[in-house]
Write a protein that binds this ligand. Sequence first.
Ligand code: NAP
Ligand code: MG
Length: 402
Amino acid sequence: MSKIKMTTPLVEMDGDEMTRILWQLIKDQLILPYVDLFTEYYDLGLLNRNATEDQVTIDSANATKKYGVAVKCATITPNQQRMEEFPELTKMWVSANATIRSILDGTVFRAPITIDCIKPTVKTWEKPITIARHAYGDVYKAVELLTDEPGECTMSFVGQSGATQTLSVEKTAGPTVWLGQHNTESSIRSFARSCFQYAVDTKQDMWFSTKDTISKIYDGHFKTVFDEEFVEYKGKFDELGIEYFYTLIDDAVARVMRSKGGFIWACKNYDGDVMSDMVSSAFGSLAMMTSVLVSPDGKYEFEAAHGTVTRHYYRYLQGEKTSTNPIATIFAWTGALKKRGELDGLADLVEFADRLEKATMDTMRSGIMTGDIAHLTEPGFNAKSVDTWEFLDAVADIMNNE
Ligand code: NAP
Ligand code: MG
């Protein structure tokens, strides 16, 4: 059988620990036998990021800007404990994802991979709910203050022109906590465009929620910017029969709980942080959650939502065959290959990605799954918990026997 050819390189960002092991296994067993894989490889493993003073991360993000599609393995974000674990580190490098996100200026979309034998906790949900989280500003880039005497707090803006605007925040009689936060119109605009673009790409309705009845200027501006940006997308939405729907955050929460799912829910930074954990746990497991960063000009970086699964890696190093779930990493690859295929007009590559996703799902439907999800199946469903290698063998069997 001749292998599927690619015409544009896929940006491949390798990573760390157990996910690096999964990465190689997935490539060797499920992709390389079928695809003449054409990637531009960047090793974002912590030691190579350190050796290149993190230039490799910047280069990989710029390559994504150039070629349009990347697939990324989970990477370690070093903390104090990692500094002790890896004495060769010259710096506590920032999160690779944060660096890539700031270069691509994107929005992160997280969607669960759902399967019939694992029912979501919310009974009405029939289809996945995708959370689109704004990744800049608000409380994540705020200044805070605790004061202990009576007094007044003011907020002032000094323009480049010298013009000043000052507001009284509050006069207080005793100890008080204060918070000053901001967002930029350009970041809100990018967020809006990424969301509308993703809705068009995935042909799903898009919901957006804020609290603009209370926060008339701040949240109100988010709503205004979304309305302005929607003008450009309205035609495409109408053509596809999809809808843009704005409502208050509390109303959105109530409606989400009664919905059938199958839409994108665009959330401000804090709302997205909280709601994505709620949605993912209600659908099952972080290991079944895909994540894609989409830039406003339509560049894509696909990854799994989970980390490097350190605890499994140390057991693996002791010789144990761990039951680490490779599904989200497989879907990062299929998502990226499918997008590459769509952009380059390679129907066989798109079809291959669909076939690999189906083989992965069919393996689970046949009852073969890793330990993290085997125990979540409905009563009466006969799930057999296997290790990662047995799981990948079962997927490969389906691929080979089709
Ligand atoms: P994690 O790697 O997501 O793992 C946390 C726990 O969740 C695991 O110990 C495991 O639980 C379970 N789990 C996660 N993925 C799984 C999978 N595929 N199969 C089975 N179980 C899975 O999070 P972490 O331990 O907090 O972080 C480890 C490292 O990853 C850190 O250095 C962090 O910086 C990095 N990280 C990277 C990214 C990224 O690159 N996108 C994201 C998050 C974290 P049990 O041990 O109970 O089985
Ligand atoms: Mg969080």
